[in-house]
Ligand binder design. Structure first.
Ligand SMILES: Cc1ncc(COP(=O)(O)O)c(C=O)c1O
Length: 402
C-alpha cells in the first residue's frame, strides 16, 4: 500500500475502497456513525425516495413525526424531542436549557470527555499530563488555539467515575448542568463504576442541577435503548447524533417535557435551518427500523468475538494491553496494566506502540483509529471478523519482533 493520506472512492458494507483500489476493512465506521455499515440498502432507498418528495420544507413533516415517535419509544429519557444536525450543536441547546431551568451558570464536565468543538465546552478533552494539574482539582485546559478563554468562566472540570468528588463539587450549589459521556468512549471505552450513574442523578437532584447524558457515541451503539436503557438510569436531558441515522447529519436533544417545553413557552431559542431536514429524517427512520433486537444480538456476538480475539492474540504475542469496552465499540489500550477507570489512567497509554500496530494493520488491509477505538457494524460479518483476526495476528507478530 502506498504511503500518504488515504483518499476514498467508495464504501461497501464493512469496506472502504481507496482511489488506488485498496479494499480496507473499516473500523472507523464514520467515527462511530455507521452502525449498519457503509451501504445499507434500506437507508439508501429511503433517502432516494425522500429526495423525490422534496429536500427542505422549513416546516414540520410526517417523516419528522415518525422519527420522533420511534426515538421517544426507544429512549427512556425522551418525553420530548428536538432535532438538530450535529452533536456539538445539540450540546449547546442542552446547556442553554440547563441554565434557563436553574438560573445558574456553571456547566460541569469531566476530564477526557468530549462534547463538541465549541469554545465554551472544548476544555480538558485530552490534556497533556504536565498541563492537567492535580487529579482532584484538574486545571481547565483549552482544546484549541484561538479559543475564547473567557468561556472558562462558565465551566468547571472534574475527574469522572468519582462520585464523592462529584457530590462535593455539586454541594457548592452553583452548577446549572452536569454533562457526561455516561460510558466514556471518546478516550478509552470505560463503563461507569457500579452505582456511579445512579449516584450522579441523585446528587444532581439534591443540588438542583440538570443531568445531561451525551450519548452521541453510545446512542444506538451500546444497545437499542442506549446507555440509559442498558444501565437503567434516566437523565434529565440527553443528546444523540452519529449512529442515530447511520451517517446522515441528524442530532437530537431529548428529555423531560418541562425542560424541552422551555423551547416552546419559556423563551429559550434553538435554531437551525437544517433541523429535521426530511431527507435526514428518512435516513433516521430507515436506520432505526434496521436496528432490531436481532441486529444487536448478531452484531454483538461478532463484536465480542473480535474484541476477545484481539485480546487473546496480543496476550499470546506478549504485548501488554487492555482490551476493554462493549460489543460494538471497544478500545485497545497498549501499555496499560489494568483497565482504565478515568482519563488519568489513560495517560499511561503507549500511544507510539499502538500507532505502529495500527500502521501494521493498515498494511494488511484493516483501517483502525490510532487512538485505539474500534467501531463494529452489522456489515462486519463472520468472514470479515476472521480476516481481521488474521491481520491482527500478522500485525502483532510484526510489532512484537521490531
Ligand atoms: C460524545 C460526543 N459528543 C459530541 C460530539 C460532537 O458531535 P459532532 O461531531 O456531531 O458535532 C462527539 C463527536 O465525536 C462525541 O463523540
Amino acid at each position: 500500500m502506498a504511503g500518504g493520506p488515504l483518499v476514498f472512492q467508495r464504501g461497501e458494507g464493512a469496506y472502504l475502497i481507496d482511489v488506488d483500489g485498496n479494499r480496507l476493512i473499516d473500523y472507523y465506521c464514520g467515527m462511530g456513525a455507521m452502525v449498519l455499515g457503509h451501504t445499507p440498502r434500506g437507508v439508501q432507498q429511503a433517502v432516494k425516495d425522500q429526495v423525490e418528495k422534496g429536500i427542505l420544507y422549513a416546516g414540520q413533516s410526517e417523516i419528522e413525526f415518525e422519527a420522533a415517535r420511534i426515538l421517544c419509544e426507544r429512549i427512556p429519557s425522551a418525553q420530548r424531542i428536538r432535532f438538530g444536525s450535529s452533536g456539538s450543536e445539540v450540546a449547546q441547546a442542552a446547556f442553554r436549557l440547563a441554565r434557563a431551568a436553574t438560573g445558574k451558570r456553571i456547566i460541569l464536565k469531566f476530564e477526557g470527555h468530549y462534547h463538541g468543538w465549541f469554545d465554551n465546552i472544548l476544555w480538558s478533552t485530552a490534556p497533556a499530563e504536565n498541563a492537567a494539574g492535580p487529579a482532584e482539582v484538574p486545571v481547565r485546559v483549552p482544546g484549541s488555539v484561538g479559543q475564547d478563554l473567557i468561556d472558562a468562566a462558565g465551566l468547571d472540570v472534574i475527574g469522572w467515575n468519582d462520585l464523592a468528588g462529584l457530590e462535593a463539587r455539586l454541594a457548592k450549589g452553583d452548577i446549572a448542568g452536569v454533562i457526561m459521556e455516561p460510558a466514556m468512549c471518546n478516550q478509552g471505552a470505560i463503563p461507569p463504576a457500579p452505582g456511579y450513574l445512579e449516584g450522579a442523578l441523585a446528587a444532581c437532584r439534591e443540588h438542583g442541577a440538570i443531568l445531561i447524558f451525551d450519548e452521541v457515541i453510545t446512542g444506538f451503539r451500546l444497545g437499542r435503548n442506549s446507555v440509559q436503557g442498558r444501565f437503567g438510569v434516566t437523565p434529565d436531558l440527553s443528546i444523540f447524533a452519529k449512529a442515530i441515522a447511520n451517517g446522515f447529519p441528524v442530532a437530537a436533544i431529548v428529555g423531560r417535557a418541562d425542560l424541552l417545553d422551555l423551547f416552546v413557552t419559556g423563551g429559550v431559542l434553538h435554531g437551525g435551518t437544517f433541523n429535521a431536514q426530511p431527507v435526514t429524517m428518512a435516513a433516521m427512520v430507515a436506520t432505526q427500523n434496521a436496528l432490531t433486537p436481532q441486529h444487536y444480538e448478531q452484531s454483538s456476538k461478532r463484536g465480542i468475538r473480535l474484541r476477545d480475539g484481539i485480546a487473546g492474540i496480543l496476550n499470546d504475542a506478549g504485548i501488554k494491553a487492555q482490551v476493554t469496552g462493549f460489543e460494538l465499540m471497544f478500545h485497545v489500550g497498549f501499555g496499560l496494566e489494568a483497565p482504565a477507570k478515568n482519563y488519568r489512567d489513560l495517560l499511561k497509554l503507549d500511544k507510539m506502540g499502538y500507532a505502529k500496530f495500527a500502521h501494521a494493520l493498515l498494511k494488511r488491509g484493516v483501517r483502525v483509529l490510532e487512538r485505539g477505538a474500534w467501531f463494529v457494524s452489522s456489515a462486519h460479518d463472520d468472514a470479515v471478523i476472521d480476516a481481521t483476526l488474521d491481520a491482527v495476528k500478522g500485525a502483532a507478530g510484526e510489532i512484537a519482533t521490531t
